[in-house]
Design a protein around this ligand. Sequence first.
Ligand code: AHM
Ligand code: MG
Length: 334
Amino acid sequence: MHIGTTLTQFIIEEQRRVKGATGDFTGLLNDTVTAIKVISNAVNKGDLIGVLGSAGSENVQGETQKKLDVITNDIMIRSNEWAGHLAAMASEEMEEILPIPAQYPRGKYLLVFDPLDGSSNIDVNISVGTIFSILRAPEGVTEATEKDFLQPGTKQVASGYAIYGPSTMLVLTCGHGVNAFTLDREVGEFILTHANIQIKPDTREFAINASNERFWEAPVQRYVEECLQGKEGPRGENFNMRWVASMVAEVHRILMRGGVFMYPKDTKDPTKPGKLRLMYEANPMSFIVEQAGGVSSTGRERIMDIQPDHIHQRVPVILGSKNEVERIVSYHKE
Ligand code: AHM
Ligand code: MG
């Protein structure tokens, strides 16, 4: 019986396209995928294995950590630290970057991740995910520091996310389009189910946390107001709205059927330029969105062009269907 293209086969075929590839990158992706399978299992079992609820701690962002935030962070570290592909890792759940422990060989890649994005949803059984971004350590670096991570999104070698929903899926770009794989639990493999995904350029669906409306800037207020006016307003069409409060779920919906996702700049907390984190949320998702023909911007600049100055830096995010995101960007210019 033929089961289709497995992710393992897909990654090896990707490797063959790169002249002089050593297999390091393939090995790294395989380790990350193993972590994702283990996380999928833990998320899926939920309260049966006692992993729901709060861990009683806070992360560097001052957010209460869920037990699964801590567990999934640990799974990502354990799966990726030993094989010799990485120089260091960084995570939403760790204040400092994590150099590869001395007992293991070090490699040339850097891995940045959010082990469980949308984790406020975990106790209510709504989709959550893992987001990751792979960078190259600067030439000659063996003792990586935070500075080595601070590369713009355009330098990403690959990025991806797993969504733990009704099925577990993995969405990946290595810079040649976007492909999605569905986990066949019995076989234990991700199988290619959505090849070369393209985001529809037009949409009548937007996603934003409307409870922040009074804190938004004028261009975003205008855009949303025009959508809400529907057929009777300047757009002359009715719009639909969604908000899962889980970025992986929103981006996944946009890849599947188009749409716009916004966590824009707001004045809710003047110390924060946005809610979402550049290096392990906005950049990896922007890489995927752009590779699928969509657009990703802060409203003022392309997200992947931003030169990061901090591993936990936050940015405004407006991404999705090309024509709508370009319209929102044009409102920022007016
Ligand atoms: P997290 O990394 O702590 O889970 O936060 C990121 C999440 C995104 O997935 C989601 O888009 C956003 O936070 C939801 O924010 P809000 O609760 O303000 O609606
Ligand atoms: Mg997150």
